[in-house]
Design a binder for this molecule. Structure first.
Ligand SMILES: *[C@@H]1O[C@H](CO)[C@@H](O)[C@H](O)[C@H]1NC(C)=O
Ligand SMILES: *[C@@H]1O[C@H](CO)[C@@H](O)[C@H](O)[C@H]1NC(C)=O
Ligand SMILES: *[C@@H]1O[C@H](CO)[C@@H](O)[C@H](O)[C@H]1NC(C)=O
Ligand SMILES: *[C@@H]1O[C@H](CO)[C@@H](O)[C@H](O)[C@H]1NC(C)=O
Ligand SMILES: *[C@@H]1O[C@H](CO)[C@@H](O)[C@H](O)[C@H]1NC(C)=O
Ligand SMILES: *[C@@H]1O[C@H](CO)[C@@H](O)[C@H](O)[C@H]1NC(C)=O
Length: 370
């Protein structure tokens, strides 16, 4: 079972998540990539690099649906305050590290970005150097479909406070049960239905013995690496490759799944994945406290507690609000996100009856949203 703390991600999320998920799907000019659901021949369809990165995301700047002590800001605010930046090799997503935001007032400024383009199936490669961690933080790199929970949620990187193991999980509409396994063993929770178990979803924490440094301070200490997520009609698998052990085929730009080895988690079971997961946007955010980090903060003995605050959440908010200097490590540094897909069956049959070049327009539409 998941730690009891996870059950605090209550079903109140179910209504409020509708807001960002609708926004995620209404971007004029964005491209939908509906890849094939099985096979091994992956081609690059979308490529997020430092030079195009921020033009391929929209900035969610409304209230936090998970009650964090956070203010998500728009692009102009993020750029002018230095919360986002790019260099030749990477982009950064940071938070405010200079001002106090005491309990009762507005939360600490941060960003929550949602990709314009959407995807069904694919191999998602996130190459990152650094991720947020520490007391009060709740970072996430995830995929989300429209009309939550009808089209599902795939949480690739998620954790809170001083966690050292990454939590990978799926959240879905009813009748999706996962029995898969991987290096982390049997999944800790098998029912992905958001209306069950307080929306803790189905998934598992990474095994830090099998795959050390897969989250937070540990990940940052080794210069990160590549998170790989393969989503097919039959399974959703998660890997983390530390910087010094990235498969050569990934570095070469032609990922060969047979060289990836045992995944950290393999979600596969009596779930029709295609009827529960579709049309996902990529989301990256750094939240503070809220439904997950806030409610578990009080049980994290390494985090400063306010004995008179009255609750775990208040203690978290007091630390986040009053200590800007403690959030200098709460940033993402990302080199790239690459999305590979197998040509969809319809496109493949078209290519057989005409020429192989009919496959190409699908891939080349990657540039549409730039
Ligand atoms: C889930 O399965 C149950 C039992 O088979 C069925 O009654 C119900 O209609 C299903 N719900 C959905 C949303 O498919
Ligand atoms: C993928 O890797 C396997 C195992 O090393 C190898 O046999 C196969 O030829 C590779 N496929 C490609 C397309 O390079
Ligand atoms: C996914 O997007 C495509 C293209 O816009 C659309 O045709 C399809 O109905 C969408 N599917 C879902 C489940 O939203
Ligand atoms: C601790 O909580 C008390 C009571 O809510 C509050 O007055 C005080 O400012 C908090 N202390 C810190 C350091 O945030
Ligand atoms: C917060 O920062 C101070 C120094 O500014 C440091 O002494 C303290 O250990 C930090 N606390 C946490 C929980 O990171
Ligand atoms: C792999 O897919 C690409 C693009 O869809 C296609 O051009 C190529 O012929 C395919 N290769 C094989 C071996 O099927």
């Amino acid at each position: 079972m998941l730690p009891s703390s996870l059950f605090s991600r209550t079903s109140t999320l179910s209504l409020l998540f509708l807001v960002p998920s609708i926004l995620a799907q209404s971007i004029p000019g964005a491209t939908f990539y509906g890849g094939g659901g099985s096979g091994t021949n992956y081609s690059l369809v979308d490529n997020y690099t430092p030079s195009n990165f921020f033009s391929k995301f929209n900035f969610y700047s409304s209230y936090d649906p998970t009650y964090g002590h956070v203010q998500y800001v728009d692009y102009n605010t993020a750029a002018s305050n230095g919360y986002i930046s790019s260099s030749a090799n990477s982009v950064r997503l940071m938070v405010d590290t200079t001002n106090k935001y005491p309990r009762g007032g507005k939360g600490r400024p941060s960003v929550r970005i949602i990709s314009d383009n959407t995807y069904t199936h694919g191999l998602f490669l996130l190459d990152l150097n650094h991720m947020p961690f520490g007391c009060g933080t709740w970072p996430a790199f995830w995929l989300l479909g429209p009309n939550w929970p009808s089209n599902g949620e795939i949480d690739i990187i998620e954790g809170v406070n001083t966690n050292t193991a990454n939590l990978m999980s799926l959240h879905s509409s009813p009748n999706c049960t996962i029995a898969g396994s991987g290096q982390s063993g049997t999944l800790e929770q098998s029912n992905c239905d958001t209306s069950q178990n307080g929306n803790s979803g189905c998934g598992t924490k990474a095994d830090t013995t099998a795959v050390p440094n897969n989250y937070g301070a540990g990940l940052n200490s080794i210069g990160g690496g590549v998170y790989a997520t393969e989503w097919t009609s039959n399974y959703i698998k998660f890997w983390f490759f530390p910087r010094t052990a990235i498969p050569a085929s990934i570095t070469a730009g032609t990922p060969n799944l047979t060289e990836f080895g045992l995944p950290m988690a393999n979600a596969q079971g009596s779930c029709n994945l295609d009827s529960h997961f579709a049309n996902h946007s990529i989301i990256i955010n750094t939240d503070f406290c809220g439904a997950y980090a806030g409610n578990t903060y009080g049980s994290d003995t390494d985090c400063p507690q306010n004995a008179t605050a009255g609750s775990s959440l208040n203690s978290c908010v007091d630390f986040v609000g009053n200590n800007p200097q403690n959030f200098t490590q709460a940033y993402w540094s990302i080199n790239s996100i690459k999305v590979f897909q197998i040509a969809a069956a319809a496109v493949l049959s078209a290519s057989m009856s005409s020429s192989i070049s009919s496959v190409v327009p699908v891939a080349s539409s990657a540039s549409v949203s730039d």
